[in-house]
Design a protein around this ligand. Structure first.
Ligand code: NIG
Ligand code: FE
Length: 407
């Protein structure tokens, strides 16, 4: 029987990895293993051995020499809205002149504007736009990227977006994880809409396997806790995992609902306070912070430091979207989590790797350990902390390796 070839990634100046699957919390949140002069063996898309280079005694069919550089796990971006058409440049300018994001949304612009532009675009245009964005995220180190629907609004339009997302893997090397996002209610007949989501959208998504998780935006200008609870309980009944956009502008109970329902993650948390931090610390739900939103909208940063100190598992994502976070770099999201949210570089690395994977229900990536997928970053540096330190350098990441493809 022929076996897949073994490839040895060698001459690694420093190999750095979280230890064990996510979600990591407490002291493990800030712990990474640093292994100097290391090597790593890959077979069939998985890591089969990691250790000091001098200790490799196996037979390799090929070698990749990384020239003494740092090797890290590929980053996981657990929160993007990468499929949209049109732009939000008018909103951007209006906000610069003092109009609030929520005001624009309440007036039927913002997300609703992007819904109209997205529904006007055909599948080929949406795929080309999204693939370009995912390639930029890959260059920033993201080897797994979650992509949400959410700019369709109508039931058929949301299904179309999920089918578009399902085709993106043909265009890009990074792994794409699709999520159904129930984003905002229509301006009229919202009860009918919630019924249609429950009665038609969720069963189709579950039956066709279009997503493994359902997300909903709980906010004054979006869905209430009661509406979200109905949608998410129906999702759970179909065997789908759940997650929420919660506490972005107001802490109205989204976090508590997520914790109660055993959500994979609650995301945003810019308005979270002590009660929400305590609820997350005593739950299995990952707290996903999105520093690009604080930067772009000028919101208070989510309390990353307090969450880690309380014992919550924190993940970090770009929230790539046209309205609240036009951030095309997973590395920069990690670096901003140190500046804006008070994480240490090691905590931020754990947040962007194993904890981000856990926010997607994945345990097989985000760390360089035997059995995990061979998703690697090669850093143009000899000290891994450059990953958290550097802002805006396009040559920081030398390569990403996704399975055996070196890019
Ligand atoms: O994660 N908060 C809701 N949804 C997105 C923004 C989408 C948009 O503004 O187009 C977010 O911030
Ligand atoms: Fe979002």
């Amino acid at each position: 029987m022929s076996q897949a070839p073994t490839v040895l990634v060698t001459n690694i100046g420093e190999l750095v990895t979280p230890v064990g699957p996510g979600p990591r919390r407490g002291p493990a949140h800030g712990h990474v293993r640093r292994l100097p002069d290391a090597a790593l063996a890959v077979r069939g898309g998985h890591i089969i051995w990691v250790g000091p280079r001098a200790e490799w005694s196996g037979q390799a069919d090929g070698e990749v020499d990384v020239g003494g550089r740092v090797v890290l796990p590929g980053l996981v971006d657990p929160h993007t809205h990468a499929v949209w058409a049109g732009d939000r440049l008018d909103d951007f300018e209006a906000r610069a002149r003092g109009t609030a994001y929520e005001e624009i949304l309440a007036a039927g612009g913002g997300i609703y504007h992007t819904v109209r532009r997205t529904n006007d675009a055909d599948d080929a245009a949406l795929i080309a736009l999204a693939a370009g964005r995912l390639r930029r995220l890959a260059r920033s180190g993201a080897t797994t990227v979650e992509v949400k629907s959410g700019y369709g609004l109508e039931i058929e339009a949301e299904l179309r977006l999920l089918r578009v997302i399902g085709r993106l893997h043909q265009e890009v090397e990074s792994h794409v994880v699709p999520t159904l996002l129930v984003h905002v209610p229509p301006k009229e007949e919202r009860d009918t809409y919630v019924e249609a989501v429950i009665g038609r959208l969720l069963p189709t998504v579950a039956r066709e396997g279009l997503a493994q998780a359902v997300d909903i935006f709980v906010e004054r200008e979006a869905f209430s806790v009661a509406e979200a609870e109905r949608v998410l309980r129906a999702a759970l009944a179909h065997g789908l995992a759940v997650k929420l956009h919660a506490d972005q502008f107001h802490a109205i109970g989204g976090v508590e609902l997520g914790v109660r329902l055993g959500a994979l993650s609650v995301d945003h948390l810019e308005a979270s306070g002590e009660a929400q931090i305590a609820a997350l610390a005593s739950s299995s739900t990952v707290a996903t912070i999105l520093p690009g939103v604080s930067l772009h909208l000028g919101l208070p940063p989510a309390p990353g430091r307090a969450l880690v100190d309380a014992g919550a598992a924190v993940a970090v994502g770009t929230d790539l979207n046209p309205g609240s976070s036009p951030l095309f770099s997973a590395q920069l999201a990690l670096a901003l989590a140190v500046r804006l949210n008070g994480l240490t570089p090691a905590e931020a690395l754990v947040a962007a790797t194993v904890n981000a994977a856990a926010a997607l229900g994945l345990q097989d990536r985000g760390r360089l350990e035997p059995g995990c997928r061979a998703h690697l970053l090669v850093l143009n540096s000899r000290d891994w902390r450059d990953l958290a330190y550097t802002l805006g350098a396009d040559d920081l990441i030398a390569h990403i390796i996704v399975e055996e493809e070196m890019l």
